[in-house]
Design a protein around this ligand. Structure first.
Ligand code: NAD
Length: 367
């Protein structure tokens, strides 16, 4: 298969973890005999520095041409007080919208080797295995009218939470299809006791559920969901929710796994004529300016994003399984970065990347 992939390393540790993810991609391509076509573009702070905007047209064109995009992270402290259109994070919203990736998938699972790194008691977190499906291109983050107007006592701020039926339907289909391949349970999260927006969400999700009779659906209010995620995380299989609720809940999910550096994410849109699903893959973490440039960042979230890319965009489940297996191997061997608090000397970013590649080549030799 020809894997046509755009790399957007971005800023800070994004560059370091993407480097390791690419090592792993090359290893997979060679072990499983795929052809790899890689291109590279600018996004975020580095794009502002070089072109004046966070999401240059050239990057947009590259992203629209390739099957899948692998992103590191964006964000540089020098832009913290810049106006919104000159902030690196605007680049992220721009590329998500341009690619039409409307569903963000965040797998959250507890690894045996990391169980002590979780802030939760072992018996609570052990066996956790869920995917949070967050609607990504609608809701409060994109709705208009928006803005701040007036001054003094008259100053006011407005944001608009808006969802259309088709926006809810397509992400709900994605969640039910995923659940069909897992433990067959969707939990839809809303705030329907207060928001009309959520009332429509709940009604449409219930209608879509009728088309997936082998998947069970339950509904939960977002405040209760935030509580249940830490009280009984094992109860969740696929969690389906709108943009802002998903943003918040998925960070809560992130800590269940022990370190934010562990978590991959996949943002998926429609199918390309080539048969590949349009996808934007990135670790959940940001650019971590506090550890950038020190070869200390955990690259496993970025490497897990490679596995997700292989699985969701190209349907290469065996290759994805090999990458997840190699990650587990490296965790079991304790060859991990400082954030995972290993017993001995922590490994560097590049050492972890090398260890994953070694585990992959051992796997290929056995296979
Ligand atoms: P962050 O995720 O960058 O860092 C939070 C904490 O987690 C830091 O202490 C950091 O050292 C640690 N951390 C993060 N990733 C790690 C890894 N792979 N290995 C080890 N430790 C890791 O979040 P932040 O500090 O709130 O934001 C920093 C910048 O990143 C900001 O500019 C923010 O806007 C941006 N950001 C970007 C994204 C993205 O690109 N998707 C996401 C979140 C934040």
């Amino acid at each position: 298969m020809n894997l046509n992939i755009l790399l957007l390393p971005g800023d800070g540790i994004g560059v370091e973890v993407t480097r390791e993810a690419v090592k792993v991609l090359r290893q997979v391509a060679s072990a499983f005999k795929h052809e790899l076509t890689l291109s590279e573009g600018l996004l975020g702070g580095i794009a502002i520095q070089k072109t004046g905007v966070p999401f240059p047209d050239e990057t947009r064109e590259l992203a629209l041409k390739t099957d899948a995009t692998l992103l590191g992270a964006v964000g540089l402290p020098e832009f913290d007080n810049a106006p919104p259109e000159k902030r690196p994070e605007r680049g992220l919203l721009g590329i998500r919208k341009a690619l039409g990736v409307y569903a963000n998938l965040r797998p959250v699972r507890s690894y045996k080797a990391l169980i002590n790194s979780s802030p939760l008691k072992n018996e609570l977190v052990d066996g956790t295995d869920m995917i949070i499906v967050r609607e990504l291109t609608g809701g409060l983050y994109y709705g208009t009218p928006r803005g701040i107007s007036g001054s003094g006592a008259e100053e006011r701020a407005v944001n608009t939470m808006i969802y259309t039926r088709p926006e809810i339907e397509r992400v709900a289909h994605m969640a039910f299809q995923l659940a069909g391949k897992r433990r067959k349970k969707v939990t839809s999260v809303d705030k329907s006791n207060v928001l009309e927006n959520s009332q429509l969400w709940r009604r449409v999700v219930t209608e879509i559920a009728a088309r997936y009779p082998d998947v069970t659906l339950d509904h939960i209010l977002v405040d209760n969901c935030a509580m249940q995620l830490v009280l009984q995380p094992r109860r969740f299989d696929v969690v389906l929710t709108e943009n802002m609720f998903g943003d918040i809940l998925s960070d809560e999910g992130a800590v269940l796994a022990g370190s934010i550096g562990m978590l991959p994410s996949a943002s998926i849109g429609d199918k390309r004529p080539s048969g590949a699903w349009v996808g934007l893959y990135e670790p959940v973490h940001g650019s971590a300016p506090d550890i950038a440039g020190k070869n200390k960042a955990n690259p496993l979230g970025a490497i897990g994003s490679v596995a997700a890319l292989l699985e969701y965009s190209f349907g290469l489940t065996e290759e994805a399984r090999a990458v997840y297996g190699a990650i587990e191997n490296v965790l079991n061997a304790g060859r991990v970065t400082a954030d995972l608090k290993p017993a001995g000397t922590p490994a560097s970013t590049s050492e972890v990347g090398d260890a994953v590649c070694e585990a992959l080549s051992a796997h290929a030799a056995i296979a």
